[in-house]
Design a protein around this ligand. Structure first.
Ligand code: ARG
Ligand code: ZN
Length: 468
């Protein structure tokens, strides 16, 4: 033991002691030490086998060649990261695909695969910043979730769309596949010139060479892997701009499958929805907006960052929901999947706000109607943050009881403080990751009230909270 402080008793250390331990740790670590240093963040509690907490990705640069006829892709991912301490090996998540060369800082690295873990062993241990290049190819598999839904690289009649919530990004991108590791992305996708390519962020180049075209999309706002998307297929492209409440012009890129193009209503209403949500949540947090409407047979829409995915036929309520996620879910992202209500409860509440402004019941009336639901109903079980089965990740308690939690908060602190809380949450954690306890602390700070019981009743108590 080169130094005495190895226990998990971090709380017992003084701040100075902790700093010293960190400083000593970075010079004194030897190759024989366990690589789970005390300084690493905890793995996700719902998917502990996703991601590697020992390093932090700064950027992904993905070069990808895709053939829609065969659904085959050939790719190189260049991953710039920072190791939190000396690492002799590290993991990436990659399910399926054939791996070719892996290089770390330009040198060939050894690697092995265990399930979806690509374990990389560089010739020289890494510490601080390092760059990994992974060459891979194959026909990506779709990933079936425990709730039976399909995600990952999802085939469409004329191409594919990548849908990554919660873990599907690993079907097409070797990555640190956990929401707590946000990074910037560049996608350079080459496909036949007869199809179009959408992705997150802004289109910065489109270069045709013969019968192939290379599309370069850049997503400069930090983004979790589950929100990354690429869509390839026949699309009609609609490019426009809208004005943020700050006066900034937000580029809008919308891609709609022409065989099922139902985008007109959604495209028409998008600027209005952005303004509606900006008034309640604060300025639109991202560099770009738009949508992808495609013929993927999944039963859901997804808030893929800047450019949500909608299945054919999705309506305005779904648009309101996915756009609300751009603040709550995408810009402010859960650190741990057990805090999914911070995304889904908020996006559902946004539907309630929009509905109330368009002749439907107010959130207060919706709350009262829902509150009348019998105690044995699935609405009350398990409590929103207390599920243990990943199949409950997108369950009624997360969405509906999550939204009811916000209405209970509003009734307790009043509308003025409530909207101040929503705005402060979006502003203070913009581009970050956060946990429920931080939301409770922020709500208490803004309102000056003790809200511990309210949140534990609504988020943690199994069964129907009484007295509301
Ligand atoms: N976040 C999406 C939404 O609320 C739902 C994603 C469902 N995904 C799944 N694998 N079941 O619109
Ligand atoms: Zn949602």
């Amino acid at each position: 033991m080169p130094f005495p402080i190895r226990s998990r008793g971090v709380a017992a250390l003084t701040a100075l002691g902790l700093l010293l331990a960190l400083a000593i740790g970075s010079v004194a670590q030897s190759a024989t030490q366990p690589s789970t240093a005390r300084t690493d963040p905890a793995p996700d509690t719902l998917f502990p086998n996703q991601g590697d907490p020992r390093y932090d990705v700064r950027s992904y640069r993905v070069r990808l060649h895709y053939a829609p006829e065969t659904n085959r892709l050939e790719a190189t991912a260049t991953i710039s990261a920072r190791a939190r301490h000396r690492l002799t090996t590290f993991d990436l998540d990659l399910e399926g695909m054939k791996v070719g060369d892996v290089r770390v800082d330009g040198r060939d690295a050894a690697w092995t695969r265990h399930g979806h873990k690509l374990v990389v062993r560089p010739t020289h241990a890494v510490d601080g910043t390092f760059t990994t290049t992974v060459e891979y190819a194959g026909v990506p598999r779709e990933h079936t979730d425990v709730d039976g839904s399909t995600e990952g690289w999802v085939r469409t009649p004329d191409g594919a769309v990548a849908l990554g919530e919660p873990v599907g990004a690993m079907t097409w991108l070797p990555s640190n596949n956990t929401p707590g590791d946000k990074a910037r992305y560049t996608f350079k996708v080459t496909a036949p010139s007869s199809v179009q390519v959408a992705a997150n962020g802004n289109l910065v180049a489109r270069i045709r060479h013969g019968n192939q075209t290379t599309w370069t999309w850049r997503a400069t706002d930090p983004m979790s892997t589950y929100l990354a998307t690429i869509a390839v297929g026949k699309f009609t492209i609609y490019k426009s701009r809208t004005k943020s409440i700050t006066g900034r012009r937000i580029p809008l890129w919308s891609f709609a499958d022409p065989t099922t193009d139902t985008s007109a209503t959604l495209r028409d209403v998008l600027p209005e929805v952005i303004r509606f949500e900006e008034k309640r949540f604060g300025a639109y947090p991202l560099a770009s907006a738009g949508m992808i409407i495609d013929n993927a047979r999944v039963g859901y829409a997804l808030e893929t960052q800047t450019r949500p995915f909608y299945p054919y036929g999705a309506g305005v309520t779904t648009l309101v929901h996915e756009m609300a996620h751009q603040w709550y879910g995408d810009s402010v992202t859960l650190r741990d999947w057990h805090d999914i209500w911070l995304a889904e409860g908020f996006a559902t509440y946004a539907e309630w706000l929009w509905g109330a402004a368009h002749g439907e019941a107010t959130p207060a009336v919706r709350f009262d109607r829902l509150y009348a639901t019998p105690a044995e109903n699935e609405l009350w079980h398990p409590a929103p943050t207390e599920f243990v089965d990943p199949a409950d990740l997108f369950g009624t308690p997360v969405y509906t009881r999550g939204a009811m939690t916000l209405q209970a908060l509003r009734e307790k602190v009043g509308g003025t403080d409530f909207f101040a809380i929503l705005k402060a949450w979006a502003k203070e954690h913009r581009h970050g990751n956060a946990r429920t306890a931080q939301f409770v602390a922020l709500a208490e700070r803004v309102s000056g009230e003790d809200l511990g019981t309210l949140f534990s009743d609504w988020l943690e108590l199994d069964g129907k909270p009484t007295g509301y």
